[in-house]
Design a protein around this ligand. Sequence first.
Ligand code: SF4
Length: 209
Amino acid sequence: MSKLLRQFTGTGAIFFPIGLPPRGTCEFSSKSCRKHCYVKKSSLFDWESTLDDSVRRETYKFVINESIQRVCSKIREDLSGLQTDILSWFGSGDCETKTIDKISGVIKAIQHSDNIIQMGFTRNEELWKRFPDIFALSIESVEEVNGRKGMFSISNYEAQVSVMYSPDHQVRGGHCGPVTCGDMTDMSLEHHLNCQICHELKLGCFDRR
Ligand code: SF4
């Protein structure tokens, strides 16, 4: 495969097929997120997010069918080509129940052997629990937190933003839209949508206290 990762907001991102299985990988998607999916709309995000479906399917097949070693080496190669050290899980699509062990294997192999920063968004609660420092669990409203601990991403479709939320601390930044990532209270934290900046300043997804 020529390209596994695509440039996305300063990261190299994995784009899986969208929609409900069996065609897509969004097993835990909500009705609202399927309706408002940014990938389906003509998007202001990086053009890579408007990939053809066949490309997403090819990416998926490679990750699921190839050995962990081969997937990891392709990830390393592509990150180096994209000149970023951040691997982003699921620019589109998600981890299904049936693929959780394979994807966990890749994540662990990278964690143990590479100098790569991993981040991501998922609606698969089990994956989120396995890697609490990597994933934010995407939910629709703060009521869905329901006593759970960890990082959440709350969608606001009208405002076209995802808001990073933790029940333990006020997350700095992480008011993340298609053009900028800002903060609800401190405007000085607003920056161009680029996860490298959040990582450097420990904002948004990277504000893990
Ligand atoms: S909050 Fe920051 S790190 Fe997270 S997705 Fe938005 S820009 Fe990237």
